[in-house]
Design a protein around this ligand. Structure first.
Ligand SMILES: Cc1cc2nc3c(=O)[nH]c(=O)nc-3n(C[C@H](O)[C@H](O)[C@H](O)COP(=O)(O)OP(=O)(O)OC[C@H]3O[C@@H](n4cnc5c(N)ncnc54)[C@H](O)[C@@H]3O)c2cc1C
Length: 284
């Protein structure tokens, strides 16, 4: 099917984009970034926005930069930008490991990091990264700027704290200490499909024991999040099979699994157990 008719606006500056968005948002106006989620749902007529504010020519939104504390990712930065490490910090390698799991190459050439966050698919890899690493999301509108912590940003399946007239201009990810270990694992039935469950773990070692553990789960609940119980099961322990299995078990118990036509709660808990253990094994 073809999308329902719409008017496309192509602002060149951020101010212009925000002004147009303020005008058209109440008339079902939407931002168009990479179009890799929005265009398919428009083609199926699941969304019929009357206006699209295409941000692909807005200057200044295509930047990735670091101030030594955090990595800033602008609204036009594509998934493919992360195929190679973008910063000489463990975060650069982590992002390049994760990027390869997103969809397929052509989709990664168009889809954007911030578009993924705004779309908030529960299984999005970038949403999992943002939640696990406690990203800060910068939203702008003609009313001003808001900084939103990742834990307050994701509000359920394809739902965020963004107001209809707000543009997510930038995502900020904290740089990781140089000795950070990390692991990522996801399960999907076919390569390139959305994950049915995914885990991202990071930690450091102090006197051979785990410290500062982060365990994030995506694809299993309505929004990705850190699992405090699993982090507590890791902190203070020596890394190894016994510790990893124990933490994976705790994570599987802690989640409130999504159920759908393919999976019941028990199956998703099994997946979470597996992806957490595998991510931890990879980290070691
Ligand atoms: C076959 C296929 C497989 C895929 N597999 C995966 C996968 O495995 N993992 C994964 O994470 N994704 C996957 N995707 C989705 C892809 O990653 C999209 O690129 C991503 O979800 C949205 O980014 P986008 O830039 O394309 O956003 P768009 O499609 O342009 O927009 C998506 C939504 O976000 C809003 N939006 C976009 N940017 C902003 C912004 N800066 N501020 C506020 N709102 C904004 C739009 O208005 C729209 O509602 C897949 C897509 C396809 C077609």
């Amino acid at each position: 099917m073809k999308p329902a008719p719409f008017i496309r606006h192509v602002p060149k500056t951020l101010d212009e984009a925000l002004r147009i968005l303020a005008e058209v948002a109440p008339q079902d106006g939407r931002i168009l970034a990479g179009g890799q989620s929005l265009v398919p749902i428009m083609a199926f007529r699941l969304a019929k926005p009357a206006h699209l504010v295409d941000i692909n020519e807005v200057v200044g939104l295509d930047k990735i930069s670091s101030d030594g504390k955090a990595l800033s990712i602008g609204a036009r930065v594509r998934h493919a930008a992360f195929h190679k490490p973008v910063v000489a910090n463990p975060l650069g390698l982590l992002l390049s490991v994760v990027a390869r799991h997103i969809a397929h190459y052509p989709i990664r050439m168009r889809g954007t990091f911030c578009g993924s966050l705004a779309h908030a698919d529960p299984a999005s890899e970038w949403c999992l990264v943002a939640a696990t690493l406690d990203a800060t999301l910068i939203a702008k509108s003609t009313r001003g700027e808001r900084r939103i912590a990742a834990e307050d940003f994701f509000a359920g399946i394809m739902s965020t704290a963004l107001a209809e007239d707000e543009l997510l201009v930038e995502a900020r990810l904290p740089l990781l200490p140089d000795d950070t270990k990390f692991g990522f694992n996801e399960f999907s039935r076919r390569a390139g499909d959305f994950a049915m469950s995914a885990a991202l773990v990071t930690y450091r070692l102090q006197n051979d024991k785990i410290t500062d553990a982060r365990v994030g789960i995506g694809g299993a609940e309505a929004s990705p999040r850190r699992i405090a119980e699993a982090e507590a099961a890791l902190n203070g322990e020596v890394p190894g099979d016994k510790t990893f299995r124990a933490a994976a078990e705790v994570a599987a118990k802690a989640i409130e699994p999504l159920e759908d036509h393919q999976t019941n709660a028990e199956y998703r808990r099994d997946l979470v157990r597996a992806v957490v253990r595998r991510a931890l094994e990879q980290s070691a």
